[in-house]
Ligand binder design. Structure first.
Ligand code: FAD
Length: 396
């Protein structure tokens, strides 16, 4: 006799940032949740490692994100309280660059539209407050005191631990090989096991194109590297970059003539690290998650070094560590969050976070739980809908 597949209320595929948050929120609502992850909990092979992620609300990318971020902030605090550790550290953020550039102008547009507390500083004021930065007189800095950084791996582990506490069953080291719609719901084939559920969540990050006909979507994976720096004055100067003396920042920096500007970003020094993390945003080559080169060398920091020397000269000492990670982007750089159009409402997608999704992790979990349990969410996610990518598809 054929063995009956195991059945659940919902199956979450991928337990990185978004999937672990979805599993937590779904389990909290009392559903029988199975989560399946191909690697170990909070591993370093996807897009959610490297210790820290910038979290901010005055969103230069698009003001439409701000209501999601307001809710995300509430949920960050709830997650920290439930886990018993501070996962979001509010050390402040600087958004810097030419006043009419997309970073500064977009930040101010979102801050003003949504009445978010902020200050606009010239280079003299910036130097008084954070003398580490060398900002030219023609740039400005927008300071958002309530912004900061999230602890990346700790936040994923918090979701995983809390999901298990709420009764979720989580399988690790198990790769999902196929997703098929059938009369009994959605059938998942994973490492010689068949499981089924009326609803499935796909949160597979850089591997998104592998399942449910998502190879038809314009999803592209980029290799990104981040680097840790010992200050020019040596390890004793690391304290000058501690979170009470140094914020997170993102600085639009015009590079060579005829070249698009680069964006330098970075974090404060975290106690115990051997350096201070800084990197260039969207500075990488297209890759494939199964063959990505994870070895990081000085050559990866070639474009970053002159920018760091110019903007933060005291920090531009020795490169002590590097890490490779992946952005999973779609052409408009927005997310792919909503019901899979080819799934008769049975598959929810939370993919394509385009290199800026982590700060939304808690609200994405809540939105996915809304979509699975209610079929809709009170938050406006129309601009993130899979339909906007205009792909004719069907699952399985
Ligand atoms: C270098 C870097 C810096 C960033 N900085 C910021 C920042 O400052 N602020 C910010 O908000 N965002 C930032 N981001 C973006 C943010 O980190 C990502 O958008 C977010 O972490 C993506 O989460 P995810 O759940 O989609 O992917 P992941 O966390 O990678 O999760 C996907 C999971 O699915 C699993 N999986 C895939 N396929 C299968 C399968 N078939 N079966 C089972 N499991 C599977 C994978 O193993 C993985 O664990 C940054 C990203 C990078 C790379």
């Amino acid at each position: 006799m054929d063995e009956q597949p195991l059945s659940y209320d919902v199956i979450v595929i991928g337990l990185g940032a978004m999937g672990s948050s979805a599993a937590y929120h779904l389990a909290q609502r009392g559903l029988r949740v199975l989560g399946i992850e191909q690697f170990t909990p909070a591993h370093t092979l996807g897009s959610s490692h490297g210790s820290t992620r910038i979290v901010r609300q005055a969103y230069y990318e698009k003001p439409d994100y701000v209501p999601l971020l307001k809710r995300s902030y509430e949920l960050w605090d709830e997650l920290s309280a439930a886990f018993g550790e501070r996962l979001l550290v509010r050390c402040g953020a600087l958004m810097m660059g030419p006043p009419d550039g997309p970073v500064v102008a977009g930040t101010l547009e979102s801050a003003r539209r949504w009445n978010l507390a902020h200050e606009v500083w010239d280079s003299a004021r910036l130097h008084e407050r954070f003398p580490q930065f060398e900002m030219p007189a023609e740039h400005v800095a927008v300071f958002e005191a309530d912004a900061g950084y999230a602890r990346a791996e700790a936040s994923v582990l918090a979701n995983i631990e809390l999901a298990i506490e709420w009764g979720a069953e989580l399988w690790f080291d198990t790769e999902v090989e196929s997703v098929q719609l059938g009369p009994a719901g959605v059938h998942i084939g994973a490492a010689d096991v068949e499981v089924t559920a009326p609803r499935v969540v796909i949160a597979t990050g850089a591997w998104a194109s592998r399942l449910a006909n998502l190879d038809r979507y314009p999803i592209a994976v980029q290799r990104q590297t981040v680097h840790w720096w010992e200050p020019a004055a040596g390890p004793a100067a690391l304290a000058d970059y501690a979170p009470d003396r140094f914020p997170v920042y993102l600085w639009e920096w015009p590079s060579e003539p005829d070249q698009p500007p680069v964006e330098l970003y970075g974090f404060p020094y975290l106690a115990g690290d051997s350096g201070v993390k800084a990197a260039l945003y969207r500075d990488g080559q297209r890759t494939d998650p199964d063959v990505i080169d994870r070895v990081v060398t000085d050559a990866d920091a070639q474009r970053l070094v002159p920018v760091l020397q110019r903007c933060l000269p005291g920090l531009a000492g020795r490169r002590v560590l590097g890490s490779a990670c992946m952005y999973t982007g779609v052409p408009d750089d927005d997310f792919v969050l909503g019901v899979h159009p080819g799934s008769s409402g049975r598959v929810v997608l939370a993919v394509g976070f385009s290199g800026h999704g982590f700060k939304f992790m808690p609200v994405v979990g809540e939105i996915v739980a809304d979509l699975v349990t209610e079929g809709e969410t009170p938050l406006d996610i129309g601009f993130l809908s899979p339909e906007r990518l205009a792909v004719q598809d069907a699952v399985g």
